[in-house]
Design a protein around this ligand. Structure first.
Ligand SMILES: Cc1cc2nc3c(=O)[nH]c(=O)nc-3n(C[C@H](O)[C@H](O)[C@H](O)COP(=O)(O)OP(=O)(O)OC[C@H]3O[C@@H](n4cnc5c(N)ncnc54)[C@H](O)[C@@H]3O)c2cc1C
Length: 389
């Protein structure tokens, strides 16, 4: 058993830490205030070669894997959850292609993401089908005029990065859209500028501002056989399973950032002739929070290690879900504590604590809510899969 990062991973962690301190920390509040897409930071990520961390070297990436991306996202999210999301979006839509795509698809779609010349989004959720993926109604019917071609129709919603995306991975049902048959759900790669694709509205969100979520409508969009991934419901789930440490990384980064900020404040703020940090009641809250963050980090790093070994199939689900569940809940708790530790100041826009507090709950919702993760963990415990032979 090895608890140290390899020298390459440590180097990556430190270089992203420095980049985050120099470029992200000064910009984070402004990005939140304007809500404008931070192209300047995308360019910084591109220059620093961070957009291809999880993409194998043979497809133009740096091959740092999910572990590398996890470490980078943790550092970035100490200051900005939305910029953690920017890095996450290099993996979410490329995941299904890396897992189940053919060689031609990998050659065509992965290098552009790694180089930063293309962006993509992942289209699974619908207004009536978020947690309940099998309830989706988007459908793909075979084009009667072109053999092997499909026509896609339906509406996806809350799609992160949908406005900037050049291509989309879309999950749709082939056959009866009311059927809950798992094999009837297939993945397709869709040109975001194709005829029939529209992005009629962006959402007004409480946090994670700077990368919009959008509704995307597909109206008889033609998708050729070369852009069919297939895969079934299992592909959607395995893609999300492999993402658990990456979302969890945003949770631990946000929690660390919020706690670091509040800790600095309590060492300076005076009350009752002392600094607030000298009160034992405050120290214990900080200590409990730090312990939970470390526990979340261990779960997250282990989940990243599992995912990098291809261990994101059904039997590993509880371990992966624990990381996402725990780290995102710790982020919410830490952001609440940080705000409280600053008192009135923490409630005001003069400090980033109110932003951490608005940004954190997104993590307990996206890519499987906390309740959905608990369901998956419970299934592992009840079936005695975890610690028993
Ligand atoms: C900012 C943001 C960005 C997003 N980005 C994307 C994206 O890029 N691509 C994409 O496809 N989707 C995206 N989503 C959608 C997200 O994945 C869904 O919101 C999520 O899966 C939950 O679905 P829902 O919102 O429909 O909630 P619902 O499924 O309606 O759930 C509502 C509540 O019921 C609970 N619940 C549901 N089922 C159960 C159950 N079986 N047991 C116990 N409790 C249950 C949930 O935990 C939740 O508390 C994004 C969402 C947000 C907020």
């Amino acid at each position: 058993m090895e608890f140290e990062l390899s020298s390459e991973m440590r180097e990556l962690q430190l270089s992203v830490r420095h980049l985050a301190q120099a470029k992200i920390k000064p910009r984070a509040r402004e990005i939140d205030a304007t809500g404008d897409y931070p192209q300047d930071i995308f360019d910084e990520f591109q220059k620093a070669d961070l957009l291809g961390l999880c993409i194998p070297e043979e497809y133009g990436g740096s091959g740092a894997g999910i572990m590398g991306l996890t470490l980078a996202i943790e550092e970035v999210t100490k200051y900005s959850n939305v910029l953690g999301l920017m890095l996450l979006l290099t993996r979410l839509p490329t995941g299904p292609i890396m897992i189940a795509g053919n060689e031609e698809q990998k050659q065509k779609y992965l290098p552009g993401i790694a180089r930063g010349t293309q962006r993509a989004a992942f289209c699974l959720s619908e207004s009536g089908a978020g947690s309940d993926v099998a309830g989706m109604r988007t459908r793909a019917i075979e084009d009667p005029d072109h053999e092997g071609r499909f026509l896609l129709s339906g509406t996806k919603c809350w799609i992160s990065g949908g406005m900037q995306a050049d291509w989309l991975v879309v999950f749709a049902k082939v056959g009866d859209p009311t059927s809950r048959l798992h094999t009837g759900i297939w993945g397709f790669i869709v040109d975001a500028h194709a005829e029939g694709v529209t992005r009629p509205r962006v959402d007004r969100k409480m946090g994670v501002k700077g990368i919009d979520t959008t509704e995307i409508v597909f109206d008889n969009v033609a998708v050729g056989p070369r852009d069919l991934i297939g895969g079934g419901f299992a592909l959607a789930m395995e893609s999300l399973n492999a993402m658990r440490p990456i979302v969890a990384a945003r949770g631990i980064g946000l929690a660390e950032g919020a706690l670091m900020y509040a800790t600095q404040y309590v060492k300076e703020r005076q009350a009752f002739t002392k600094t607030i940090a000298e009160f034992q009641g405050i120290q214990w809250e900080i200590a409990k929070c730090a312990t939970e963050i470390e526990a979340a980090r261990l779960l997250t790093y282990r989940a990243a290690w599992l995912a990098d070994q291809g261990k994101y199939t059904k039997e590993y689900v509880p371990m992966l879900s624990m990381a996402k569940y725990f780290a995102s809940e710790v982020a919410v708790k830490a952001s609440r504590l940080a705000l409280q530790l600053l008192g009135a100041a923490g409630y005001m826009e003069d400090h980033p604590t109110e932003q951490y507090y608005r940004d954190a709950p997104q993590l307990t919702i996206v890519e499987g809510t906390s309740q959905v993760q608990l369901g998956l963990i419970a299934r592992g415990v009840l079936s005695r899969d975890l610690w028993w032979d």
